[in-house]
Design a protein around this ligand. Structure first.
Ligand code: HEM
Length: 309
C-alpha cells in the first residue's frame, strides 16, 4: 500500500494490518483467533429469556447452533497451553427458525484490556514494537503503565482444562427489547457446567493441540453443556466502555442452555466459510452505544475478505 492509501485506510484496515504485522500473514486464516475448532449443537431458551427480549431466538423453539472455539492470536500453530493462547474464544451462530442467523462472539477475558478500538490499535502496535531485546521501558510497558485495565484484564485469564470447562464473556453491551417495548442493557456470559483451569506449569506441559484432542474425545462420549446468561445493567452502568465491568452484584439471568453435540465433520473447511459478526443481531436485540461493536464488525469483514482471497 502506498503512503496516501495508508493514510486513508480506516481503523478496521489499520487493525488488521497491525494484527498481520504482529502475528504474521497466514493465507486463508483469521487475522486473530486463527486456531479453532467448529462444533455443532442446540440452544434451548429459558422461559425467563422470552420475558426480557421479544427476539425469535427466545420464543421457545430449540435452535441449532454452530459454535467455534478458538485460541487467541493470529498464530495458527500456537500451542493451546501457551499463555498467549488466552483469551480463548467461543463464537456462537444461531440458525433461526425464519432462516436468518444471529451471532454472539465471546472470550474468556472478564472485561476488555482497553476501552476503545483506537486504544486496541495502539496496544497492538506497542506489542509489535516491544520484542524481547527492546530498550526499557518498552512501548508495551509504557502503554500498560498508563492503562491499568491491561494488567487487570490479563489477571482474569488462565488456561482452561477444556474448551468445555471455560467461562466466556460477551464484554460489549447489547440492548434487549421486550414485547411491551421496554429496554434493558445486558452483557452475555457462556457458563460451563463445570469450570476447570490449569496452573501455568500444568498448561506448559500439555500437548500443543490438547484442547482439540480433549474436546474430540469428550464429545465422542457425552455432550458438553453450557448455560447462556445475561448480566443486567443497572441505571448508570457504562454500556460504552468494555474495559469497565459492571459490579458483581448485578442480576444475572438464565437465557437458556447450549448443548454441544459434536465437532463438525471437516472443521478446517467449515471455519473458512464461517463469519461471526458481533453486531449481527435480530429484532429484540440491538447493539448498544459501544462504538467498538461496529468497528469489530468491519474489521472481521476485512479479515474475512483477506482470508477468502
Ligand atoms: C476493537 C476490538 C477488536 C478487534 C479489532 C477484533 C478483531 C478480530 C478479528 C479481525 C478477528 C478475526 C475475524 C475473522 O476473520 O472472521 C477476531 C476474531 C474473534 N474475536 Fe475479536 N476483535 C476485537 C474485540 C473482541 C472482543 C471484545 C471479543 C469478545 C468479547 C472478541 C472475540 C473474538 C473471537 C471469539 C474471535 C474468533 C471468532 C471466530 O471463531 O470466527 N474480539 N477478532
Amino acid at each position: 500500500m502506498n503512503r496516501v492509501a495508508a493514510e486513508e485506510a480506516g481503523i478496521e484496515t489499520k487493525l488488521i494490518d497491525a494484527m498481520n504485522t504482529l502475528f504474521g500473514k497466514h493465507p486463508g486464516l483469521r487475522a486473530n483467533h486463527a486456531k479453532g475448532l467448529v462444533t455443532q449443537g442446540v440452544f434451548k431458551p429459558s422461559p425467563e429469556a422470552a420475558g426480557i427480549s421479544k427476539a425469535i431466538l427466545f420464543k421457545g423453539e430449540s435452535i441449532p447452533v454452530t459454535l467455534r472455539f478458538s485460541d487467541a492470536t493470529g498464530v495458527p500453530l500456537i500451542p493451546d497451553g501457551s499463555p498467549n493462547a488466552n483469551p480463548h474464544g467461543a463464537a456462537i451462530k444461531y440458525h433461526l427458525p425464519d432462516g436468518s442467523e444471529t451471532d454472539m462472539v465471546l472470550v474468556s477475558f472478564k472485561f476488555f484490556p482497553i476501552g476503545t478500538a483506537e486504544d486496541f490499535l495502539t496496544l497492538l502496535q506497542a506489542i509489535a514494537a516491544s520484542p524481547p531485546d527492546a530498550a526499557k521501558p518498552t512501548a508495551l510497558e509504557r502503554f500498560a503503565a498508563s492503562h491499568p485495565s491491561v494488567a487487570a484484564a490479563n489477571a482474569t485469564l488462565a488456561t482452561p482444562a477444556s474448551f468445555a470447562e471455560e467461562h466466556y464473556f460477551g464484554i460489549n453491551a447489547f440492548i434487549f427489547t421486550d414485547a411491551k417495548g421496554k429496554t434493558q442493557a445486558v452483557r452475555y456470559q457462556l457458563v460451563p457446567d463445570k469450570l476447570a483451569h490449569l496452573s501455568a506449569e500444568e498448561a506448559a506441559k500439555r500437548a500443543p493441540d490438547f484442547l482439540k484432542t480433549e474436546l474430540t474425545e469428550r464429545l465422542a462420549k457425552t455432550p458438553a453443556l453450557f448455560h447462556l446468561k445475561a448480566q443486567l445493567a443497572a441505571q448508570g452502568d457504562d454500556t460504552k466502555d468494555p474495559s469497565k465491568p459492571w459490579p458483581d452484584d448485578r442480576k444475572i439471568i438464565d437465557l437458556g442452555t447450549i448443548t454441544i453435540e459434536k465437532i463438525v465433520p471437516d472443521s478446517a473447511t467449515a471455519e473458512k466459510a464461517l463469519l461471526y459478526l458481533p453486531g449481527q443481531v435480530t429484532e429484540g436485540i440491538d447493539v448498544s452505544d459501544d462504538p467498538m461493536i461496529g468497528i469489530r464488525d468491519s474489521s472481521y469483514a476485512v479479515s474475512f475478505s483477506r482470508r477468502s482471497q
